[in-house]
Design a protein around this ligand. Structure first.
Ligand code: PAF
Length: 279
């Protein structure tokens, strides 16, 4: 596996692969890799001739400077894991390489960004779109792989691809969970022992709500989830929304045939955890 810091060097290597008629898959990450990321890399490996994984903590998507500062950076361990998972090219650029100038582009996603993370983290999805579009431009992948844990991010990226006609197939990959149910996340390593012990309650409560969905209305389900999780002194629900799985708009009643998703953000001290489940 080669590690590239320079976009030009990566592009030269990809040119050769393309000339040989090879397909290219991209897994964009911010590093601090765990089994969730590795499941994306394995899927990418199975479906493409060349696997590119980007490892870049993208400053423009952090609306909280403290969150950016404490975001784990573990490039050495990441490259070991990537080599073992069958990655061909790791792209680990510097901030200057990706942003030689301030990125002033503004992406608009309409109602998709006016809910949940979009409202609570102003500028976050614009930053995600900035970096993902730069990565698509640099790598020109046939397929790109994103985890369903970031459910709203996935919808935003699909929308960006549709708006800008990127010739890339977006491949959603299921959430990978720890044995106790906690959704895998690079931020989990920042939890202290009591926060970590409390955190599986998030998924267990989502699963309990799903089991109760035929006995409760939407408002009741939302109250149930919030109350159950807030019973833990370590956790505080920031929002729990039941939304259309396609349009991400909150619903107040069930509509026959409409797929719904329950999406949650929870504070565990200074650490913010998100998760979601199909209803
Ligand atoms: O999901 C992430 O890790 C990031 O938002 C992404 C897609 C790599 C863009 O920085």
């Amino acid at each position: 596996m080669e590690v590239y810091v320079s976009k030009n060097d990566l592009q030269d290597a990809l040119k050769a692969a393309r000339k040989a008629g090879k397909t290219v898959g991209l897994v964009p990450t911010m590093g601090a890799l765990h089994d969730g990321h590795i499941s994306l890399v394995r899927r990418c490996r199975a479906e493409n001739d060349v696997v590119v994984v980007s490892v870049f903590v993208n400053p423009t998507q952090f609306n909280d400077p403290k969150d950016l500062e404490r975001y784990p950076r573990t490039l050495e361990a990441d490259t070991r894991l990537l080599a073992a998972a069958g990655c061909d090219m790791t792209f680990a650029p510097t901030v200057g390489e990706m942003y030689p100038e301030k990125d002033t582009r503004v992406f608009r996603f309409g109602p998709l960004e006016q809910v949940m993370e979009g409202v609570r983290r102003p500028g976050h999805f614009n930053g995600v779109a900035q970096i993902v579009s730069k990565l698509f431009d640099a790598v020109q992948p046939d397929r790109a792989y994103f985890g369903e844990k970031d459910f709203q991010q996935l919808a935003i990226i699909r929308n960006m691809v549709a708006q800008y006609n990127y010739p890339v197939e977006i491949v959603p990959c299921p959430i990978v969970r720890e044995a106790d149910g906690l959704a895998m996340s690079s931020r989990n390593t920042l939890l202290n022992a009591s926060q970590r012990a409390a955190a599986p309650l998030i998924y267990h409560t989502l699963a309990a709500a799903r089991a109760l969905q035929n006995d409760m209305g939407i408002a009741e389900l939302k109250d149930f989830v919030t109350a159950q999780i807030n019973r833990s002194s370590e956790l505080e629900v920031e929002y729990f929304e039941i939304v259309g799985a396609e349009d991400l708009q909150p619903v107040t009643t069930r509509e026959e045939g409409k797929a719904l998703q329950g999406c949650i953000a929870v504070q565990a001290g200074a650490i913010r955890l998100i998760d979601n489940i199909a209803f």
